[in-house]
Every structure is written in structure tokens, then in C-alpha cells.
Design a binder for this molecule. Sequence first.
Ligand code: NAD
Length: 500
Amino acid sequence: MTISTLHPDRVELEQIDLYIDGQARPAGSGARYPSDDPYTGRPWAEVADANEDDVDAAVQSAHRALNGPWGDLTATARGKLLLRLAELIEDNAQELAQLETRDNGKLLREMAGQARALPSWFSYYGGLADKVQGSVIPLDRKDFLVYTESHPIGVVAAITPWNSPLLLLTWKLAPALAAGCTVVVKPSDYTPASTVRLAELVTEAGIPEGVVNVVTGFGPTVGKALTSHPLISKIAFTGSTEVGKAVARTAAERVTRTTLELGGKSAQIVFPDADIEAAANGVIAGIFSASGQTCMAGSRLLVHSSVAEELVQKVVERAKTVVLGDPSTPTTEMGPLANDRQYAKVLDHFKWAVEDGATIACGGKPADGLGGYFVEPTVLTNLPKDARALTQEIFGPVLSVMTFESESEAIEVANGTEFGLAGSVWTRDIARGHRVAGKLRAGSVWVNSYRTVAPQVPFGGFGQSGLGRESGIEAIGSYQETKAIWVELSGETRDPFTIG
Ligand code: NAD
């Protein structure tokens, strides 16, 4: 793929192909669909629309690589190749970020920050590749030596959403490759461009062809064909809870291993002793950055009644000055929503908030005169407990405010959701910070901060926010099977009719 220019007025459309066996190629049927630039609302690319045969070709390619050149490498050799890939991504980070901004409309500075962070995951897992050790297990008997080995789980289907395509892919790809697996990626139909470019860099790094393949197209066709393919041993999925459940049902048919990173409705809890200025900034970061389109968005603000007016006023004042516009311009603070479907969903929520009796403290409508899929940063107050803005993931820049009187009430309300992805506690009381963090049912909790991630730190959700964890040392284990090997030492014949 050569993306020669990213100018919005460019007339000819970029062609985004599949990537199979170390090569870009069109879909077997020749079918393509248009992909919109969310800033202009106009198509900028045509994407190959794969069918079942393309998916099969990609999986077969990954299977051949697993049982061929990739499977033959030592863990140390795999690790070195991941370090080389990390360097190449670093060299190409700006281009990757531009592709992502073009596809999903998020700020170039946000996507560039993410692209520059990707190498740290590849170098972390590259370093880890040859440090996964089995163990010799002491038994209460002398006639056996027992030890364990870790084996690559097999061919992995990596399915990603549109909001942070490469970061969320990297959380799967880096540990999967370190573990010795091969991968077929199905990026979101809205945002395939950066993933195909990354696959090219994988080949450029010297990783054998077929180790990473990309099939572009739609979930119900390409995603379904991939997740139900008999040669897929593991599905690593990030997306909505609804689709995650469908993927889990498909996986159950073949007992395919799964990790699921799903939706959220995370709470930011602000106590009266908090640094209110810092809390306001954290609340803004949690809900308006990335136009609220992050799984860990702090979409519920739980604030003690004694400081509610002061905090909400600060957040509303800042929300009104958020600079909306071209996501590629450095001064822009909020870009458009990523696609027509997401735009329609957020507009529905504005309507429902009014129907449910909420007060709109600011926003609550499309942003005038900007074209594209822009909405205003929105703050909702006076919400009844069952308001849809409090119970459903909106995935947009919409903050729902609630007040509380006591610590126990704050914890109960924060945990009163089927989700459990993230949360935060804002307080100057160190004991309270730890206490409340420990009681929140969420996979990540920040104290006096929000929205930080790192390769070394596990990420994932409680409840309907997911299954399993990505990042951290343990994540490599979710791409491996443990084998126990028993070696008979006595040389004696055993009773064939007893166990043990
Ligand atoms: P989505 O669930 O609509 O789609 C996710 C991916 O699944 C896409 O690639 C899609 O094409 C594919 N898909 C759809 N139907 C499928 C099927 N039947 N079989 C296989 N694949 C199928 O999600 P989205 O709208 O792209 O992304 C937004 C969602 O992702 C939000 O709910 C958000 O919370 C979640 N998300 C979670 C995390 C996390 O780490 N927990 C991170 C980012 C986004």
C-alpha cells in the first residue's frame, strides 16, 4: 500500500487490499466498499471486501507458517524479530497515525502518541519471548519426573474495533507472536488501513510470510467466517459487549479459546477532599478526549454533593471551550465521531436523555457548521437512576453526573453496573484512595489520575466488560497451552487397571 498523499481534497480513492502470505492482494471476488473520512464525511478509500475463500486462504497461510518457518524458530529468534518490528514501527509511526486519523477521525496527536507507544509493547514481549519457563514439579513419589512446557496455542483470530485500531491490535499481536502463534487479523470495516500497513512492516522486519495476515470486510461475514474456521485455536476480540457475546457463542462450538475486551460504563468518584482542579481535568480527559470513544471512558461522574456544584461548573466551562475541528490540526481538542453509525447512536442518546428527564448542562446536540460527524461535548445532570445515559455505553463525549453523600454509597453506585472495565478515585486521603480502589469492581482503577496504560500492566474487565487480560506478563500465557510431561523412572510394569 502506498499512501502518497492524505490531502482531504484528493479525488482518487486509496485502494486498501487484503494481506495474505506476505502480500497485498484484492479480494478473490474483486469486491470493494467505500470507506469514509469522518472529518469530511466523504469516502477516501476503497477497501477489499473479503469472502469465505479469502478468509480460508489467510487461515491456511497462517497455519502453514505455524507448522513451517515460524514454528521452526527459537523463542530467542522470535524475540529478536519483534525488536526489529518495534524499530520499524517507530520509524513509520507518523504515517501509521495519519492513516488512523484518516480512518477514524481521532486527533492526529492522539493517534501519533499511540503509534509512538506501540514499539514499547513489541519490545516488551520481544524481550519476554525466551523468558517463559516451564517448571519441574515435585511429587510425593520418586518414580516420576514431571515437568511442564508452554506451546503456542496455534492460529489466532485477532478482531479489532475502530477506535484505536493499532493499539488494540498490538495488545494481541505482540504477546501472540512472542508466544509463537501466527495471526489472522480482522480489523473494523471502518478502519482497516493502518492494520494493512502494519502487516507490510511485519514482512519488512523479516518475519516470515503468513505469520500475520489481514482480511478486511464486515463482521457478520468476514468476522463470522474467521471465528468459526476450524483451524483457529484462539479468538482475541475487542469490541462491543453485544458482538463479544456472539463471538463467544461461536467460540463455544469448537471450544476455541477466547479473550474478550468489551464495553464499559466507568465511574470517576470525586471526594470532597480532592484537588478539584485536578479532578476536573481528569474528568475532562476521561470523557472528552478521543471524543469519548474509548472503552475506558469515565462516562459516569460520581461527585460528593458538597463539591458537586463547583466541580460540575468547572467541567461545563471547559466543555464549552473545547476546540472542535480538523483532527490533523495541532490545536484541535476534539475531532468528529468516527462514523455514521456512531454519530446516529450519540444523537439518539441526546434525544433519550431529554425523554428520561435529564438536565442538559451543556452540549446535547450536533456541532454546527463543521460538516462531518461532530457533536458538542455534553454534560447531563439530574438523571433518574434508570436513565439510559447511566446504564448504556454511549461511546461518545457524554458525561452523566450523579452525587453521593457517603463513601459506601459511592462504591455501591459505582459498582451498580453490569460493566467493570475501569474507574477512578479522586481524594487527598491516601487510605481512602487505596480503600475505595480495592472495592471497585473494575479491571483498572486510577487514584488521582485517569487513562494511562503500559505494556507491563494487565488490562481488562470485570463482568460484562470482558474475559481475560491483555498486557502484562500473564498475557503471553493466554496464547500458549501448558503441557505436563510425565517420565516414568522406575522401569517397572504398572497395574493397567489402576490410576496413579
Ligand atoms: P463492534 O463490536 O461493532 O465490532 C468490533 C469488531 O467485531 C469489528 O471488527 C467488527 O467488524 C467485528 N464483528 C462484528 N460482528 C462480528 C461477528 N458476528 N463475528 C466476528 N466479528 C464481528 O465494536 P466497534 O463498534 O467496532 O467498537 C466499539 C466497541 O468496542 C465499544 O463497545 C467499546 O467499548 C469496545 N472497545 C473495548 C475495548 C477494551 O479494551 N475493553 C477497547 C476499545 C473498544
